[in-house]
Design a protein around this ligand. Structure first.
Ligand SMILES: *[C@@H]1O[C@H](CO)[C@@H](O)[C@H](O)[C@H]1NC(C)=O
Length: 419
């Protein structure tokens, strides 16, 4: 990793907020909380706590001749109020945690009993900003389902594979997908096949690199374009096109993290992380040093939620790809996700989740392990990504033969690797 850490996206250690600005923040937070209470509880917060409300009810019952109907309606009102109350308490607790994680102290919260505490990993989504790209906003309103969609970038070099890609998506019946066409040819090709397509305006600066068609130039562009989808408030399942869809991926996501990604790992250890012991015999008594290892996330298939950490991730990756000529987008993506803060650099701390390697399967898992294992052969993946093999289209077709058409020997004529 290069040591350079300058520029707007790569802050060095930012100075802590001054005392004055902390106080200002605390006052602002106080006013905000006050407004929330005033809005939800115009008659005062404590009046509605369940204790006083039930004594209020008792008074009514004893002191007046109200009909039982009236009592029942008050009771149900009480129930809904205490429900609201506990929901509000939960929200206050979450808000407090978030403010604390931003270095702002508000209401002190107590940790619950042993085994009951749980930190926040699902960050709040950003407020959609349509002014960022009104034309794209309009397309997304039509295409997205529950504010999420599959997005793939394509230019004319990959036309045949793109056709195979959307044919499988259509067969599975996934409606919410969009091709970002990098040239006119692909735009027309999509339109004539009734494939949802979005073509950037030619004057949108960075897009000139799309024309040269070089893989890594397109990679930087990808992170740049994705930002707008997130700013518009959509979750994106970014997809390469050397991927075969066998089920609807949106039925198999957790949606609890900023980034949920498929892995390049080939078994549980490599995909989900393990303790890798480094041995240096000359150290004698302390010869074993423990290290943490995990195979990289695949930057060609990941689900990203529209949150601040997600957008910061995209910015960091796009910035580095355009400032470090020899960088590889997948390595940069993983470094930004994984490395913690250190002198001269702030870590990102986006929440991340590794997808199940047998549901979101890479082609090494399929050809090295799954096709030879009687039990694993019976599992149906959600997608298969032919990321480990150069003869992509032939293997994609074989995957369809095996999983869709039930041809049991369809995968047999391929070597494990690229031979
Ligand atoms: C891998 O992990 C899954 C999920 O935790 C588990 O069901 C499976 O048995 C593990 N496989 C091996 C070989 O340990």
């Amino acid at each position: 990793m290069a040591g350079r850490r300058e520029g707007p996206l790569m802050r060095g250690g930012a100075p802590p907020p001054s005392r004055g600005s902390r106080i200002a923040m605390a006052i602002a937070v106080g006013i905000l909380l006050g407004c929330v209470f005033a809005f939800l509880y115009p008659d005062g917060f404590f009046l509605h706590s369940s204790g006083s409300a039930s004594s209020y009810l008792r008074t009514i019952k004893v002191g007046s001749c109200e009909s039982s109907e009236r009592v029942n309606s008050l009771k149900s009102e009480l129930a809904s109020l205490s429900e609201k109350n506990s929901e509000l308490k939960k929200q206050i607790k979450e808000l407090t945690l978030r403010l604390q994680s931003a270095g702002i102290d508000t209401l002190p919260i107590k940790a619950g009993p042993f085994g009951t505490v749980k930190a926040i990993r699902t960050n709040p989504t950003v407020t959609p900003d349509e002014s960022v790209n009104p034309r794209l906003a309009k397309i997304l309103k039509e295409v997205a389902v529950k504010k999420e969609l599959i997005v793939a970038l394509a230019n004319s070099n990959v036309r045949e594979m793109l056709e195979f890609w959307f044919t499988n998506i259509k067969r599975v019946g996934i409606p919410n997908y969009l091709v970002v066409a990098l040239d006119e040819n692909i735009e027309n090709f999509c339109r004539s096949n009734k494939v949802p397509v979005y073509r950037r305006d030619p004057d949108e600066g960075i897009d000139s690199i799309a024309k040269t068609g070089q893989n890594h130039a397109v990679s930087a562009l990808k992170f740049h374009i994705l930002r707008e989808f997130l700013q518009l408030g959509y979750s994106v399942l970014l997809s390469d096109i050397d991927i075969v869809y066998l089920q609807n991926p949106f039925d198999h996501l957790y949606r609890d993290s900023d980034v949920e990604s498929m892995s390049d790992g080939h078994d549980n250890m490599t995909a989900y992380g393990y303790n890798d012991v480094f041995d240096e015999p000359s150290m004698g008594w302390s010869r074993y040093a423990h290290t943490m290892r995990i195979w990289v996330y695949n930057s060609g298939f990941f689900y990203i939620r529209p949150t601040i950490p997600s957008i910061e991730l995209l910015d960091r990756v796009a910035y580095r790809l355009s400032h470090e000529p020899k960088s590889w987008d997948q390595a940069v993506f993983n470094e930004e996700l994984a490395f913690p803060s250190r002198p001269g650099r702030d870590g990102l701390y986006a929440a991340r989740r590794t997808m199940d390697i047998y549901l979101f399967m890479n082609s090494k898992v399929l050809f090295k392990t799954v096709r030879k294992d009687p039990k694993l052969r019976t599992l149906k993946p959600v997608i298969v990504h032919l990321n480990y093999h150069p003869d992509k289209l032939e293997r994609m077709k074989a995957v369809v033969e095996f999983y869709v058409n039930g041809k049991k020997n369809a995968l047999e004529n391929f070597p494990d690797g690229s031979a």
